[in-house]
Every structure is written in C-alpha cells, then in structure tokens.
Design a protein around this ligand. Structure first.
Ligand code: HEC
Length: 185
C-alpha cells in the first residue's frame, strides 16, 4: 500500500500530472477529454454487448464507431488533437509511432503495480510547444466480443481489417493508449 502511494506520488511529481492534467487555468483540461472518451467506450460496450445478441457492424457503430465520431467532434470543436495508438492495432491509422510505443511500454511495465494512471509530457514541433496527456486503455469483458480470440471475431472485422492485430486480448490487458495534444499558450 505504502509502496503504491509512494510510486504514485513520485510519478505525479516527475510528470507534473497534478497541474496541467487536472485543469490548468491557461488551457483545456486534457485529462478530462481522455476520461470522457475512455468511460464513453466502456459504458457503450457494456450497454450494447449483450449475452446471446449478434455482434455486427451495427454494434461497432454504437461502440468504437461512436467513440471515433466523438473524438472527431472534440478535436474539431476544442482545438485539441486526440489520438488512439496501439502496437496491436486494428485500424492501421492507429499504429503506434516509436514514441507512442515507448509510452505503451511504460504503462505495460507498470501493470503489476497499477500506480501509473497517466503521463504528461511536452514536445516542440515547427517552433510550437505542445502538451501531451496520455492514458492507458484496458480491456474489459465486453470488449472481447470484438477484441477477443482471433477465430471468434465478427465477420465484418476480418473482412474490413486485413492487417488486424487487435485480437487475442484478455480482460485486464493493456489495449493501447489515448493521447490528447494541445498547443501550450
Ligand atoms: C462491436 C465490436 C467492438 C467492440 C465491442 C469493441 N471494439 Fe474496439 N474497435 C472495433 C473496431 C472495428 C475498431 C477499428 C475502428 C477504426 O476503424 O478506426 C476498434 C478500435 C479500437 C481502438 C483503436 C485502436 C485500434 O486498434 O485501431 C481501441 C483503443 C479499442 N477499439 C478499444 C476497445 C475497448 C477498450 C473496448 C471495450 C470497452 C472495445 N474496443 C470494444 C470494434 C469493437
């Protein structure tokens, strides 16, 4: 318990999560966007993946499809860039860059400890400084209908995603990360 608390405090100090992620007065609350997207997907999956019901493209549109729409909407409206990234991706557009793969590894390594809930960082591109907030996404039982055993994937997935790697997950596995990026004012 003490070890956990110490680890959490250390990470918060190292990454400065307290300040920017939790509602920096000078900029958007990046952590709040990530939280909205993660809980949205979780509750949609719980509502639409029902025992015995067929899982097809229509179901997808109500779960990860609806999440994708919301990501687009927030990005356009709020001027932040939200991205999903995974090394075991389904949509190749979400394939992790080497830098994102490093963040995924940090969360993966922490799995036993579960002290690492978020990472805050910054980078510069073309003279502009950006803040990046990252959170891990974990697999829940409702996700397995589409991200579970390779052979049990719904047909629309095997047909549509030839390069699919986002299967054979188990409950509690790290599915990937979500990052929210905004210019620092
Ligand atoms: C009805 C099927 C379905 C369910 C249920 C589902 N997903 Fe997905 N998921 C998909 C499809 C299809 C994609 C690819 C979307 C695209 O083309 O961008 C996807 C993409 C993703 C991505 C984006 C990264 C990537 O690999 O492209 C994440 C993260 C993700 N799912 C996590 C989850 C989690 C966590 C759950 C459970 C809470 C879940 N999914 C439940 C079908 C599903």
């Amino acid at each position: 318990m003490l070890r956990k608390l110490l680890a959490a405090a250390l990470i918060a100090a190292l990454t400065g999560t307290g300040a920017l992620a939790g509602g920096d007065t000078n900029g958007p609350d990046l952590g709040a966007y990530a939280e909205e997207i993660i809980s949205m997907r979780s509750s949609l999956a719980k509502s639409f993946i029902l025992p015995g019901a067929e899982v097809n493209e229509e179901t997808f549109k109500k779960v990860c499809g609806a999440v994708g729409q919301r990501v687009k909407e927030i990005s356009e409206k709020e001027g932040v860039k939200i991205r999903h990234a995974a090394t075991k991706f389904r949509n190749p557009a979400n394939a992790a860059t080497p830098e994102e793969a490093g963040l995924i590894e940090a969360f993966e390594k922490d799995k036993g400890l579960k002290g690492l809930k978020e990472l805050m960082g910054s980078f510069e591109k073309e003279g502009i400084k950006y803040a990046r907030y990252t959170r891990p996404i974990y697999v829940e039982s409702a996700c397995l209908a589409c991200h579970g055993a390779k052979d049990s994937r719904p047909r629309f997935i095997t047909e549509k995603y030839a390069q699919d790697r986002a299967f054979d997950f188990k409950t509690g596995d790290l599915r990937g990360i979500i990052s929210v990026v905004a210019p620092v004012k």
